[in-house]
Design a protein around this ligand. Structure first.
Ligand SMILES: [Zn+2]
Length: 149
């Protein structure tokens, strides 16, 4: 299970295992009052040459393994949510992608996935546009730029 938490990725990069991690106040699955440390998993993020160690926890009551994830990032996506959103916003309002280091193929892939997500989950009755669709899907804990499964 993913636990979204405010994390400073730069500080994790600098301090590794010595980063001062918060601990979930309770198990997000069964609400058991405490969870135990359960090691780390490596994850990649844009802007960092090496993987960063994300803290894991385990609930002794239900066995659930909880992995920390920064609130700034969707699950499975290495790019910051705000960066993705600002690129899509520019493309949707001007017809052009903003200049920058992100590969056009990656940007087009996100836009295509967003269109599919809006079709699949908000359906053709959605008339507020793709950017509002992005926000709506995100608000419902979906990843708006992930492939529809
Ligand atoms: Zn639990």
């Amino acid at each position: 299970m993913i636990w979204h938490v405010e994390i400073c990725l730069k500080l994790i990069f600098e301090r590794g295992r010595d980063y001062p991690w918060e601990r979930p106040g309770s198990c997000p699955r069964c609400q058991n009052y405490r969870v135990w440390g359960h090691g780390f998993v490596p994850r990649y993020f844009d802007g960092f040459s090496d993987c960063l160690l994300m803290r894991c926890y385990r609930c002794p009551a239900c066995g659930c393994v909880i992995t920390a994830r920064p609130t700034s990032h969707f699950r499975y996506v290495r790019c910051r949510i705000e960066t993705i959103r600002s690129h899509l916003k520019e493309r949707l309002s001007t017809g052009r992608w903003p200049p920058g280091p992100l590969a056009r193929s990656r940007l087009r892939h996100w836009l295509a996935n967003l269109k599919c997500q809006v079709q699949a989950y908000l359906t053709s009755t959605w008339t507020f546009g793709l950017l509002a669709g992005f926000d709506e899907l995100w608000g419902h804990e979906r990843i708006p730029v992930a492939r529809v499964r």
